[in-house]
Design a protein around this ligand. Structure first.
Ligand code: AVJ
Ligand code: FE
Length: 440
C-alpha cells in the first residue's frame, strides 16, 4: 500500500541518516579540537569546516526549503557557502568551534527527524520527497570522503584503523572486448540519482577493449622505471607542463624505499604492494601511462557500458553484478578498509563480460570532461552540477574504498580538476578494438 511504502521509506531514510552521521562522527572525533581547526593542506578545508557545512546544507535544503521551517542559524550561511569561501581561506574564517558545530548539527538533525515524521509521502510525491533526503545523505557522505582525504594528508601517528582488504580470490589480468552496439547511459528511474546522472539516453559505441582491472602499482612502477615521467612523448602538452611545474615523479604519498617504493597511508609507511590498484595519481599521469602502454583512457560512456550493460538481457543495470545493492563481497566501499584491495579480490563484483573492480577501490579517471547529458535539467539548483560543466573538470567513475554505497552506482558521476591527486583516484586503460577483434 502507499501507506506501507511511505513508512518503509521513512525508516530507510532514518537509517541512512543515522549511518551517515556515525561516519561523520568517527572522522571528526578521531582527532582533537586543535587538529579539527587546522588546515592540513591548502587544497582541503579544516575538518571543522566540512562538519558545519554538512549541517548548514541540511538546514538550507531540508529544514528551510523542503520543510518551510524557520532558520536554525542564518548568521552562518555565508561562512559555509563553498562558492563564497575558497578552501585556502577557510582556516582564517570565524568558524564555529567544534563543540558549537556539533550542537548545530544535532539541532538541525532533530528538526529533520520531525520533518521526516510529518512529511506526507504520497505515492506521487514519494520520489521527489525521498530524493531531498537522499540528496542530503549523499552530500554528507561525499564530504565524509573529502574528510577521509584530509586525514590522508595529515601528519602524525595513525588515528584511523581498519582491517586490510581481502586477498585475491581469482586471477584477473588482461583485457575484455565489449562488442559494438547501443546501450542506455544514465537513468530516469534510480530514486537517488542526482541531476547530472539524468536523463537516460541511448549511446551507440563501436567495439572497444577495456582493462579487466584497474592499473596496478606493479604496472605503474614499470612506467616509472622506463622513464615515463621524463619522456614528453607520453604526456599531453598541458600534462607535460604540469608534470614539470609540479615536479611529479611518482604517485602522491610515495617515496623511494631501497630498490622499491613505500607509501604513506593514514599515518603509516608501508611497502608498495604490486597487485593493488595505483591510487593518488592525477588525470595527466593516468593519460601519460595509458599512452606509454599503447592505450588510452576509456571515455565515460565506455566506462559506463562496461559497468552496466548486460549482453544476455541487452539491458543497463545499476551495478556490474546486477541491480542488487553493494555488499562487502561485491565491492570495497564505505571506508571498511583504508586502501584499495588487490586485483582479483572481488570476483562477486565482476560484470557479465568479466570486468572487475569497477565499483569501489579507486575512482577511475575517464577521458571525458564533465558536461550535462542531452536533455539535462538542473535540480535542485544550478550549483550542484551545472556550474561545473564547460570542460575544466574531468569525470571520474566507480567510487573508491572511501565512497559510501549511498553515493555510488553505475550511473554516479564524480569530477575534479585534471591536476588533482589528493583524492582516491586511479584508472584503467582502454583501446579501440582491432578489425579482427571487432568481428569476433
Ligand atoms: C561531486 C565530489 C566533486 O565534493 O566538491 C559536495 C560533491 N557538492 N558539496 C565535491 C559536493 C557539494 C562534489 N563532488
Ligand atoms: Fe558541500
Amino acid at each position: 500500500t502507499d501507506r506501507g511504502d511511505a513508512e518503509g521509506l521513512r525508516s530507510r531514510i532514518a537509517a541512512e541518516l543515522a549511518r551517515t552521521r556515525a561516519r561523520t562522527a568517527l572522522l571528526t572525533e578521531a582527532v582533537d579540537d586543535s587538529e579539527l581547526m587546522r588546515q592540513h593542506s591548502p587544497l582541503m578545508s579544516p575538518l571543522v569546516w566540512d562538519l558545519a557545512h554538512v549541517g548548514n546544507q541540511e538546514e538550507l535544503w531540508l529544514v528551510r526549503d523542503v520543510g518551510g521551517r524557520e532558520p536554525v542559524r542564518c548568521d552562518i550561511d555565508e561562512l559555509y557557502d563553498a562558492f563564497k569561501q575558497p578552501r585556502r581561506d577557510r582556516p582564517s574564517l570565524p568558524l564555529l568551534p567544534p563543540a558549537e558545530a556539533r550542537t548545530y548539527l544535532a539541532t538541525v538533525r532533530e528538526k529533520v527527524h520531525d520533518l521526516l515524521d510529518r512529511v506526507a509521502f504520497d505515492s506521487r510525491r514519494l520520489v521527489v520527497d525521498g530524493f531531498a533526503f537522499g540528496m542530503i545523505v549523499q552530500h554528507e557522505q561525499q564530504h565524509d570522503e573529502t574528510m577521509l582525504a584530509t586525514h590522508q594528508l595529515r601528519v602524525g601517528p595513525a588515528v584511523l584503523h581498519a582491517p586490510a582488504p581481502p586477498e585475491p580470490a581469482s586471477r584477473v589480468a588482461g583485457e575484455v572486448l565489449v562488442p559494438a552496439g547501443p546501450f542506455v547511459m544514465g537513468t530516469d528511474t534510480d530514486p537517488w540519482a542526482l541531476d547530472n546522472e539524468r536523463p537516460a539516453h541511448r549511446v551507440e559505441l563501436p567495439a572497444y577493449v577495456i582493462d579487466a582491472a584497474p592499473v596496478t602499482n606493479g604496472a605503474y612502477r614499470e612506467f616509472i622505471a622506463d622513464g615515463g615521467y621524463d619522456d614528453p612523448r607520453w604526456w599531453s602538452e598541458v600534462g607535460w607542463r604540469h608534470r614539470q611545474q609540479a615536479g611529479l615523479n611518482a604517485p602522491m604519498h610515495w617515496r623511494p624505499d631501497g630498490d622499491g617504493w613505500a607509501y604513506h597511508r593514514f599515518g603509516r609507511w608501508d611497502r608498495v604492494r604490486d597487485d593493488e590498484p595505483v591510487v593518488h595519481v592525477c588525470f595527466h599521469e593516468a593519460q601519460a601511462y595509458a599512452t606509454w602502454a599503447g592505450k588510452r583512457l576509456p571515455t565515460e560512456a565506455e566506462w559506463e557500458k562496461a559497468a552496466r550493460w548486460d549482453p544476455a538481457t541487452e539491458r543497463s543495470r545499476r551495478y556490474p553484478w546486477g541491480d542488487e545493492e553493494p555488499t562487502p563481497a561485491r565491492a570495497n566501499l564505505g571506508q571498511r578498509h583504508l586502501w584499495p584491495a588487490p586485483v582479483g579480490a572481488y570476483p562477486a563484483g565482476a560484470s557479465p563480460l568479466g570486468v572487475h573492480q569497477l565499483i569501489g577501490d579507486v575512482w577511475e579517471w575517464t577521458a571525458t570532461p564533465l558536461r550535462g547529458y542531452p536533455g539535462f535539467a538542473a535540480f535542485p539548483y544550478r550549483e550542484y552540477s551545472e556550474v561545473f560543466f564547460g570542460g575544466d573538470y574531468q569525470v571520474l567513475r566507480g567510487g573508491s574504498f572511501g565512497t559510501d554505497r549511498a553515493a555510488c552506482r553505475g550511473t554516479f558521476r564524480n569530477w575534479d580538476y585534471p591536476i588533482r591527486r589528493q583524492i582516491f583516484s586511479g584508472f584503467r586503460c582502454a583501446r579501440d578494438a582491432s578489425r579482427e577483434e571487432a568481428l569476433r
